[in-house]
Design a protein around this ligand. Structure first.
Ligand SMILES: O=P(O)(O)OC[C@H]1O[C@H](OP(=O)(O)OP(=O)(O)O)[C@H](O)[C@@H]1O
Ligand SMILES: Nc1ncnc2[nH]cnc12
Length: 178
């Protein structure tokens, strides 16, 4: 499956969740068996050379890609959760994303000292979410050098924001515009 075929499986919804946002909706890609398999296979190809020891996926859409990747790579999966979901004391980090603000939480006891962790999410926009995840993982003692996304929106500057924090961006597909 080509990049263009994969991109065609992603639905664009204007003005969601706020006016002016072009929402790149992966629901339609997930529902396509061939597209989903191709996407996970190609993300696995991008992740394998990074030789990470664990995958950290960001709730909620990052859980879908992150878990599949962890299984393909034979690593564990670290859930980066939205606030108030984990039943134990957590590290927390507030952040801004393209269309709002939120708080991420991490149970630091599931991260090993100096563990090499790959941050995975469905989409990179401003980078606020992935940066918050990297900060939390580092606070817990992890080594975070790479982040991997199915979709990048380069005009929103996420890769540059991550680079300035020492995190290299890898992405399968890019969309022009917001
Ligand atoms: O680069 P940023 O500007 O931070 O935006 C990217 C984030 O926005 C979306 O998550 P959302 O918070 O909408 O959550 P969801 O996965 O629960 O839908 C997406 O899944 C990324 O996590
Ligand atoms: N434009 C967008 N489409 C889908 N998810 C997003 N998360 C942040 N910006 C987004």
């Amino acid at each position: 499956m080509t990049d263009d075929q994969l991109k065609a499986l992603i639905r664009t919804v204007p003005d969601f969740p706020a006016k002016g946002i072009q929402f790149r909706d992966i629901t339609t890609l997930l529902a396509d068996g061939e597209g989903l398999a191709a996407c996970i296979d190609r993300l696995t190809d991008l992740a394998r050379p990074l030789n990470v020891q664990a995958i950290a996926g960001i709730e909620a859409r990052g859980f879908i890609f992150g878990t599949a990747l962890a299984m393909h790579l034979g690593t564990g999966f670290i859930p980066m959760r939205k606030a108030g979901k984990l039943p134990v004391p957590c590290l927390e980090q507030s952040y801004a994303l393209e269309y709002g603000e939120a708080v991420l939480e991490l149970d630091p006891t599931i991260v090993a000292a100096d563990q090499h962790v790959l941050v995975v999410d469905d989409l990179l926009a401003t980078g606020g979410t992935a940066l918050a995840a990297a900060k939390l993982l580092r606070k817990a003692g992890a080594r975070v050098e790479h982040a991997l996304f199915a979709v990048d929106l380069p005009e929103l500057g996420g890769a540059a924001a991550l680079a300035s924090a020492g995190v290299k961006t890898h992405a399968l597909l890019a969309f022009d515009g917001h």
